[in-house]
Design a protein around this ligand. Structure first.
Ligand SMILES: [Fe+2]
Ligand SMILES: [Fe+2]
Length: 257
């Protein structure tokens, strides 16, 4: 199923939330995103091998996959970009990914297929033009990957937040926006405490995004946060969360008996 997150007639943002079959609980549910603006198309975090065919078919309603210009990858994980070899072979797209992972991504690909096609985002982030539309790659380092970016679409005011804000819910639930933040917490708290690296990064991130006009935060797993009230509830929560190294002690580093 695809969901239109935004559509003003020229610029469309689509979410795909049920392309991973998580019913056997072997693979985590994940969302893939397509932005099409005046005939220019980009995928955000297109996923691994199990989403490639379904995504290629699903995006056909909005955009012919062969014309794909960019893949934006928030970080290097398999559920983010393990499919890039197929996209590299099937299209002429370029991959825009964190600079510190630029030389690691070719390991997903056939030899020679990535030559001149992976663009590394510098640690400070960058503005990317998709047609005439700017997309900002925002630094979100250590949330969770060491080199990690989120993609802020200036036109729709949607922040595609990668693993930050992720919740672990069945795929049938993933497209439905969060309506009650407190009730939503149990689906995300454990994930953030273990996968995010520490409160210092959370605070820096919260300070940065408070300067942005954000209408929705849409993570790569689980439910989106739509509207300023929900966006701000999320920012306030993550700003104060102790996670990762904040919670680790010597007990987590013991030789197994
Ligand atoms: Fe990840
Ligand atoms: Fe993920």
């Amino acid at each position: 199923m695809s969901t239109e997150l935004f559509n003003n007639g020229h610029h469309v943002c689509i979410s795909f939330s049920d392309l991973v079959d998580d019913s056997g609980s072997e693979a985590v549910q994940s969302n893939q995103f397509l932005i099409v603006t005046d005939g220019h198309g980009a995928l955000i975090d297109p996923g691994g091998n199990m989403t490639y065919n379904a995504l290629m078919m699903g995006m056909g309603k909005y955009f012919h996959f062969k014309d794909l210009e960019y893949i934006f990858a928030s970080h290097q994980d398999p559920d983010i970009v393990a499919s890039i070899n197929k996209w590299m072979i099937g299209t002429d797209c370029k991959v825009i990914a964190p600079g510190i992972w630029e030389r690691f991504l070719p390991h997903f690909c056939s030899v020679g297929k990535t030559e001149g096609r992976i663009i590394g985002i510098p640690d400070e982030g960058m503005n990317i033009m998709l047609g005439n539309t700017p997309i900002k790659a925002l630094p979100a380092h250590f949330l969770h990957s060491e080199g990690n970016f989120q993609f802020y679409d200036v036109t729709s005011k949607i922040l595609f937040s990668g693993d930050l804000g992720a919740s672990l819910v069945p795929h049938e639930e993933a497209a439905k926006p969060v309506t009650d933040f407190k009730k939503h917490l149990p689906t995300m708290e454990g994930f953030h405490k273990r996968y995010m690296n520490g409160n210092k990064a959370c605070r820096f991130w919260a300070n940065m995004v408070r300067d942005l006009d954000i209408e929705a935060i849409v993570p790569q797993h689980g439910k989106p946060y739509i509207g300023k009230k929900m966006v701000n509830e999320f920012i306030d929560w993550i700003e104060n969360l102790e996670c990762g190294l904040d919670l680790f002690t010597q007990d987590n580093y013991r030789v197994p008996k």
